[in-house]
Design a protein around this ligand. Structure first.
Ligand SMILES: NC(=O)C1=CN([C@@H]2O[C@H](COP(=O)(O)OP(=O)(O)OC[C@H]3O[C@@H](n4cnc5c(N)ncnc54)[C@H](OP(=O)(O)O)[C@@H]3O)[C@@H](O)[C@H]2O)C=CC1
Ligand SMILES: CC(=O)N[C@@H](CCC(=O)OP(=O)(O)O)C(=O)O
Length: 313
């Protein structure tokens, strides 16, 4: 069986990486749009409707436009943008989210790929909220350290042009406290309060780590750092792409420093729990172009098609 796959946005950062991940797969026939027609609505619509699976690697507005072009009921859309992640009728493309999510992705024709920061945040917190260790009403804060490829072609060009001293140091952003991933971070963890979320972009290409500080006194009575680590380890024991580090795992630290690039070029998420008798920090790291975007999109496609989930990853 060969599946036809089209990437709308094939020349962007996420689209190019999806092509690399799919290269060499004998079960996939990649449909390509002529470069000079890549923004031609009629040609995009033709290819979108010719595909069994179409990835949308576009800005939000163009993704909404692409979704409206579909009239083939068999075409499955996997949208890498933020446009549809909490929209009814769309399935969140995170197989590890909860029981039943794989079946939902298998059945869905509209799949919204999780955001990169949101993936790390949700995978670290969802099991703890489900288990009641982190109360759903807890006001949570999170920071993300991310490479500049998360900003797509324009931010990559800005950083790689050189000569701008301001870009040499880490840069906190989204200080309006309204980052576009907040709705999915809330909806898919089960938290009832919008988190305070501050991302920081640094002068490195890719890799991302979201950290969530917690006071044990604010968690379910009696909760320890070891209980949080055990809950996560049990929840993800059978997951190929989620790795829970041993509690306070010094072996995974480089002289006391946490390497935010250690999952680069993989589709893996590492979740660490570091703490003492009073406080804990959860840290989840991933490749923003891997499990944070293109890898996750291909994983969701594999689940949807019913082929081996890790094929090509
Ligand atoms: N980079 C990352 O780490 C992640 C990105 N995402 C999301 O994935 C999507 C793509 O991001 P990314 O690849 O980084 O972005 P890029 O800016 O690198 O690429 C976007 C691509 O979309 C093309 N495009 C823009 N408008 C249209 C249109 N109307 N019709 C057809 N093509 C169009 C652009 O064309 P042109 O070549 O002319 O510029 C470009 O090639 C975004 O929604 C982003 O937020 C999600 C997770 C992580
Ligand atoms: C460095 C940088 O700018 N990163 C982007 C994240 C990219 C991303 O994941 O955006 P999606 O919502 O489309 O998934 C940001 O924080 O807005």
């Amino acid at each position: 069986m060969t599946y036809k796959v089209f990437v709308d946005g094939q020349e962007g950062t996420t689209g190019l990486r999806i092509h690399e991940v799919l290269a060499g797969r004998s079960d996939i026939e990649v449909l390509r749009i002529d470069s000079d027609k890549r923004k031609d609505s009629a040609e995009r619509a033709r290819l979108l409707n010719a595909a069994d699976v179409a990835f949308l690697c576009l800005p939000d507005a163009a993704s909404r436009e692409a979704a409206a072009m579909i009239d083939n009921p068999n075409t499955c859309l996997i949208d890498a943008s933020t446009a549809h992640r909490t929209v009814p009728g769309w399935t969140f493309g995170m197989p590890e989210l909860c029981a039943g999510q794989r079946e939902a992705i298998r059945a869905a024709k509209r799949i919204a790929n999780p955001g990169c920061h949101a993936s790390a945040f949700i995978l670290a917190l969802r099991p703890l909220v489900d288990a009641g260790l982190v109360p759903a009403g807890l006001p949570v804060s999170a920071t993300s350290l991310t490479g500049y490829s998360g900003g797509g072609k324009s931010m990559i060009a800005e950083f790689e042009a050189g000569g701008n001293a301001r870009l040499q140091s880490p840069r906190p952003y989204s200080l309006g406290l309204a980052h576009k991933h907040l709705p999915e971070m809330k909806a898919h963890t089960g938290l009832t309060t919008t988190p305070v979320f501050m991302p920081i972009v640094g002068n490195f290409y890719k890799g991302l780590a979201v950290s969530v500080p917690l006071h044990l006194s604010q968690l379910k009575a009696g909760t320890t750092a070891a209980m949080l680590q055990q809950c996560l380890a049990e929840r993800y024991a059978d997951e190929a792409f989620v790795h829970v580090l041993p509690l306070g795992d010094a072996a995974n630290l480089d002289g006391g420093f946490f390497d935010v690039q250690a999952c680069n070029d993989t589709n893996r998420v590492d979740i660490g729990v570091f703490g003492n008798d009073e406080q804990v920090v959860l840290i989840a790291r991933l490749d923003n172009l891997g499990k944070g975007a293109s890898g996750a999109a291909v994983q969701a496609m594999n689940v949807h098609l019913g082929v081996a989930e890790g094929l090509g990853l």
